[in-house]
Design a binder for this molecule. Sequence first.
Ligand code: HDE
Length: 674
Amino acid sequence: MSQEKHNQKDEQLDQFRVKDEGEALTTNQGLKMAEDEFSLKAGERGPTLLEDFHFREKMTHFDHKRIPERIVHARGFGVHGEFEVYESLAPYTKAKFLNKPGKKTPIFVRFSTVAGSRGSGDLARDVRGFATKFYTEEGNYDLVGNNITVFFIQDGIKFPDFIHAVKPEPHNEIPQAQSAHDTFWDFVANNQETAHMVMWHMSDRAISRSFRMMEGFGVHTYRLVNEKGQAFFVKFHWKPVLGVHSVVWDEAQKISGRDPDFHHRDLYEAIENGDYPVFELGLQIINEEDEFKFDFDILDATKLWPEEEVPVQIVGKMTLNRNVDNYFAETEQVAFHPGHVVPGIDFSNDPLLQTRLFSYTDTQLIRLGGPNFHELPINKPVAPFHNNQRDGYGRQTINTSPVSYHKNSLANNTPGPVSEDEGGYSHYQEKVEGRKVRACSESFKDHFSQAILFWNSMSTVEKYHIINAFSFELGKCKEESVREQVLEMFSNVSHELVSAIAENLGLPVPWKKEITYTKSSPALGQENTIKKTDTRKVAVIAADGYSKELSAMINELKSVGINVEVVSDHQGTIQGNDNTELPVDHTLMTADSVLFDAVLIASQNGKTPLFRFEAPYFIKEALLHYKPIGAIKEGAAILEEIQITGQNGVVIDNSKQFIEAVRKARFWDREGKN
Ligand code: HDE
């Protein structure tokens, strides 16, 4: 098991780790027990006695073991890692963890889906949460972001409404983890600031191939403040070094059945195999004096800053290198909050961000049962904490001083605030003035320009996926009025888009509106993303009697970082005609092409009828999902039999070409859509 250890946070966690193997069974009071299989009874066939403290303790603990799941982002997967800053960011921020080239900071990241319950599947069409806790020497800093750079609404007061709309409908709790239902789309059509985010939500971004292959965004505009007190507007980005990749919708739906833990397993296994995921931290910075220089309001969370206008500066990287020891203790109990900041990082007046600053602590109070959740090992800062807050459920700190108030003379006025020079946090003194109003700025009212920007930036195949996603989702809506309202709304984005959806839905095409916005931002498309062979997963379908070329091929694939898993018609091992032996990872019954990036077939016939039945199906499905297909030696006969030789991305007896096909990942032109 590969587990990178020994940073300050890891050492702190060590104090809480307990190894139970090899120990005697005790009660929570440390009492060793002589029996754990039978409750204490009055006679062998008699009733259980109240006196049985061991049974009572065991059952009570069990009865109380669930805590409320997160109201959103309930399903998540957390891992440890380290952040390293490349060069000093002192010109922008005084945050110490960003100020020394090469400085490393322990981090914990939790990836999540948003709408589904904790037990839902990973491949829902959904936004992914991307929350990072930096355990800095100045206290915890949380960057609580998503894999989509904008949000559905502009003001957090609408968040409960939005979540009510997207969650399962309240009368029958259907559908689970899906936005394909009436209330979601009714919300969209009646809250048109959702337009831009819905375009992302209908795009490939919402069905990522892996947590390791998606971008992360802080979404809001934050502030960086330097030592001199100068402030800069900033947006945070995480850029995956493996590039941004997605599955296709048909695959996503099938993966949900074949392996609902697909994303969790993928990340867990990558870390266990030592293939540590790396994301680079990028900053977009706007000087204060340029606040009004753009054709969008930089405080509006439904707007992005086009990378071509405001370049992303890469300033550091994080490496995810350690799985948790215990899911509940770490991943479930971790408590993020956008308000956990350190000196040098501050907020903007984005009304979505402002409301989040209230919600996160509030939710932890109910979810984690009281105000001491910062003492839980995963949440505990590595920076010491001292204040006059006392007591509460589950309090662990033993404050020894009788003085728990400020100001005081008995403890020499400690713990007391310190100056900024000594590291004290002081809020950026932004000048604000205005009337108390419940209103939205005029500058927030353009809901369609950037939805158009997104559409204009997509390749033909990405547009095709968006059309299909809308058609699927609206096709699941029962109310025709909802479908019509949505079509009408998106006719403000593209006539091509709504005409294609309308045709799929059998509805009249809305009136063609004049669209004057013409900008695009190539950085938004996934077509030109980084493409690598590293950690791509190839299923090698082989059976006893495989030819000697297979071992060489497998070695070649592995040498470029490809993960190879052998699929056969029986478990155990298979023997080649060169007397080599290969361990079988899966059978054709337990694996499926949707769980792999590519398929290589090396045999024509297996020991059992399963092979002849399942192998062609496996390959045909990979073909439909535009994936690379390779064959060596007798395996080619199967490709001929199912008549797919000669198609793009179908490679016979050529390892170099097959590797290149795996790197390319998808062959969209099989359907003539690129
Ligand atoms: Fe969250 N969000 N959110 N959110 N959010 C929560 O906090 C909330 C928003 C995000 O892995 C909750 O601890 C409000 C935007 C992530 O533990 C809750 C609003 C973004 C996670 C909450 C938003 C996010 C949460 C539920 C509108 C991207 C999971 C449990 C103003 C920038 C963190 C919890 C984890 C979780 C409230 C909008 C990201 C209820 C009120 C925008 C990644 O407090």
